[in-house]
Ligand binder design. Sequence first.
Ligand code: FES
Length: 285
Amino acid sequence: MVEARHLPMERGLGKTDRIDDWWKSPLAMAIYLGIAVMYATWRGFMEADFWIFEEFGRSAGNQTMAIESNGSHVLSPLFSPLVVPGQDGLGSWVPESLWWMSPAMFILIIPAGFRGTCYYYRKAYYRSFMVSPAACAVSTPFGDYKGESRLFLFQNLHRYFMYLAVAYLFVLSYDVLLATQFHAAGSATSYGVSVGTLVLMMNVIMLGGYTLGCHSFRHAIGGIRNRFRNGGGAVAEACWKSCTKLNKNHGNWAIYSLFWVMFSDFYIYACTEGWWTDIVLLGGL
Ligand code: FES
């Protein structure tokens, strides 16, 4: 049996022999993730028929989920697929007792669950928010690492969230297609591209880079095999190699795709509020 050896280091929050600025990275990550979570929560609640937000969004008759002003339909990724409680489509499945909820609340569980259980984000928030530990060779006040056991067993759900996240890429791609279609009362559909269309397209590319470089996806696509010979092995190997390329920069994809989701939503919010205009670059009505 292997005996655990403890490094001769001082115990206590933030105690370390390191002389570099090790605290900068976890601090920056805490600020970045904190802003992203607060923004998504604020936007998620904005369209709720909820006492605190009654003067905003749907309650005030000015929806901020999609740009509809120039005949196109540019839907925010935070509200896709659109579930408007009590209305047609997916919203008709929502029981009346939940009609106060915002459309975002029904679907944010998928991206939040996927990112929350991602191996990269685990490292980020274990360091930034739980200081467990805050960095390599920096002491933690909470005793030794016990592995992802007990409450942290939920992290094993990551592979299931991964399948949902892959399906979600198709939903978001469909939104890009819808954003190329322009409608006017009494006339046929015409096609075009606005800045909003490009923003949504970029969002799919960024999320694709993040999702398809996921460790679980890489395993499912080819890593599950012991060897790549026979039975579609060449295809599996090519897919696995492509995933590996994305996987090498998974941390960057995680950070930049999160930024772009938030920016896409903010762009749509700003256009629906009249601060910005969604300029049609090509075609349109
Ligand atoms: S490991 Fe990061 S998304 Fe799966």
